[in-house]
Ligand binder design. Structure first.
Ligand code: NAP
Length: 255
């Protein structure tokens, strides 16, 4: 039996990588999915692919940093698709400039990364709060191993801070919304091969080696490796799970 029948699931940043795979996975499990992304064309293409495979999917353009756009798209989805019961906050970017590099670049990284990775999660969650409360819904936030670590695999302070923030927001909302029947959890992916890190993987084999040396499963992940945890956290299989983070990192954080 499909695990997500009768659900409407919104996935942000779902034109590419992890979000795209999660949207397809949710559709395979019977959810009607709504793909949101700044890249309207790619989101429409991904939605079409899901429909081609027999799933139900719609797509809308959304820049998660634009608060008014988030509320407008939530209204449009309520009118055109229905009551959202699953929200996967996945949209995110990464840049790896150290804090000691060019101050202008460091400031820009901080502003862009915090606006998308953290304020974006806040904006979209706020915009869909009403249907999520009404449906006793589920929120799945895409965090990271950088929600816990920094030194072993250097990243920009902005990215590490934003992903610590996503985990903190997950716990805060879980504590507050639990009594309304809304569950809020996170996923902590390790190194997952997506366009987000294609350049780093191509140009920085040393960094990839550091990751792999510390990953018990000895390989990088694929977007599909994140889909199972995302379905679990969105479905009734995790009915008594909230405020948690499921790591999809090949064991990276455990050792
Ligand atoms: P990805 O392939 O680059 O996909 C991210 C998608 O989000 C892209 O379609 C991107 O559009 C879109 N996006 C960017 N800014 C946006 C905005 N302001 N509003 C709406 N959509 C926006 O990246 P990914 O690797 O799948 O990453 C997905 C999530 O997983 C991110 O939160 C990331 O931090 C997290 N994560 C990834 C890894 C990994 O190793 N890949 C590990 C841990 C956590 P454009 O391409 O047009 O910018």
């Amino acid at each position: 039996m499909a695990l997500l029948g009768d659900h409407i699931a919104v996935v942000t940043g779902s034109a590419s990588g992890i979000g795209r795979a999660i949207a397809a996975g949710y559709a395979r499990e019977g959810a009607r999915v709504v793909l949101l992304d700044v890249n309207e064309q790619a989101a429409a293409h991904a939605a079409k692919e899901i429909r081609g495979g027999g799933g139900e999917a719609a797509s809308f353009r959304l820049d998660v940093t634009k608060r008014e756009e988030c509320f407008a798209v939530a209204e449009q989805i309520a009118a055109e698709v229905g009551q959202v019961s699953i929200l996967c906050n996945n949209a995110g970017i990464n840049r790896r400039n150290p804090f000691t590099s060019d101050p202008a670049a460091v400031l820009k990284d901080w502003q862009d990364i915090m606006a998308i990775n953290l304020s974006g999660v806040f904006n979209v969650t706020h915009a869909f709060l009403e249907p999520l409360m009404a449906s006793k819904g589920r929120i799945v936030n895409i965090a990271s191993i950088q929600s816990f670590v920094h030194v072993r695999t250097p990243n920009s302070p902005a990215y590490t801070t934003s992903k610590h923030g996503v985990l903190g927001f997950t716990k805060a909302l879980a504590a507050e919304l639990g009594k309304h029947g809304v569950r809020v959890n996170a996923i902590g992916p390790g190194l997952i091969e997506t366009p987000l890190n294609a350049e780093v993987r191509a140009n920085n084999p040393e960094l990839v080696r550091i990751f792999m040396d510390h990953t018990p499963l000895g390989r990088a992940g694929t977007p599909l490796d994140v889909v199972g945890p995302a379905i679990f956290l969105a479905s009734d299989m995790s009915a008594y799970v909230t405020g948690s983070i499921v790591m999809a990192d090949g064991g990276y954080r455990s050792i």
